[in-house]
Write a protein that binds this ligand. Structure first.
Ligand code: ADP
Ligand code: NI
Length: 229
């Protein structure tokens, strides 16, 4: 266990370090918003939120789950929704982690990903809440805007099209199969995250980042509607 003030054992440090190298290897060339630096930011933020949540948080599980949370995203693995969970569990078991810990981490990986505006994915553990909030925060604010446009470019979708309306996706399938624009993604996901935060610290940070999204959208529309001088 590694709550506040508790030091990781040598074995735990070794597991973290091997997992970090593995994740770096797997995500090295990613240009879809899931590059290593996304993982590095989520890891730091999840640990910071975990510490703020108090003594009982197992920071070892938080760190492992943050490192592994995007190891095999369904959007890039041929649509397999359970693969990330399976891969996380198998990886941790293979490098000698206990079945119990591997299961706790894999469950967080399963629940972390956003599955559509009308689909709730409720995190039951405080460790998972910290990781999910950190992942949500990285999709908001200045970095969130940058990631959205990077993803849109990778997908080849339009930046904006006033003739394509945004949709509230009612199921995970609908969300996965959607065809849209990057600006619509703000309405379909990014602006909804503020009200989905799980922790007090996450909610505080989300307010500022949400305001930045709104300010960006306002300015985007001002610039879109070119008027006579
Ligand atoms: P996360 O790693 O935060 O769970 P996702 O896997 O949903 O995020 O997506 C990776 C990044 O790409 C996020 O910043 C997300 O907002 C962005 N993204 C996902 N789908 C779209 C889309 N259809 N249009 C623009 N950006 C998107
Ligand atoms: Ni992520």
């Amino acid at each position: 266990m590694s709550g506040v003030g508790k030091v990781l054992s040598d074995r735990q440090r070794e597991i973290i370090s091997r997992t970090e190298s593995h994740v770096k290897d797997v995500l090295r060339d990613d240009s879809t918003g899931h590059d290593w630096w996304h993982i590095a930011r989520v890891r730091k933020m999840a640990l910071a939120i975990g510490r703020a949540e108090g003594e009982d948080v197992d920071l070892y599980v938080v760190e492992l789950a943050a490192l592994l949370h995007d190891i095999s995203d369904y959007k890039f693995n041929g649509g397999d929704l359970e693969k990330g969970t399976r891969v996380s569990f198998e990886w941790l078991s293979m490098i000698g982690e206990s079945e119990g810990t591997a299961r706790r981490v894999a469950e967080i990986v399963d629940t972390t990903s956003f599955k559509g505006a009308g689909v709730s994915s409720v995190m039951s553990t405080v460790e998972g809440k910290a990781v999910q909030d950190a992942d949500y925060l990285d999709a908001m604010g200045a970095i969130g805007i940058g990631r959205a446009f990077a993803y849109g470019g990778y997908k080849g979708q339009p930046m904006y099209d006033p003739d394509i309306a945004s949709v509230e996706h009612r199921s995970r399938d609908e969300y996965i199969r959607r065809n849209g624009t990057t600006i619509n993604h703000f309405y379909e996901k990014l602006l909804l995250l503020k009200d989905r935060m799980n922790t007090e610290a996450g909610r505080m940070l989300a307010n500022k980042r949400h305001a930045i999204l709104e300010e960006f959208l306002d300015q985007f529309m001002v610039e879109w509607d070119v008027r006579d001088l």
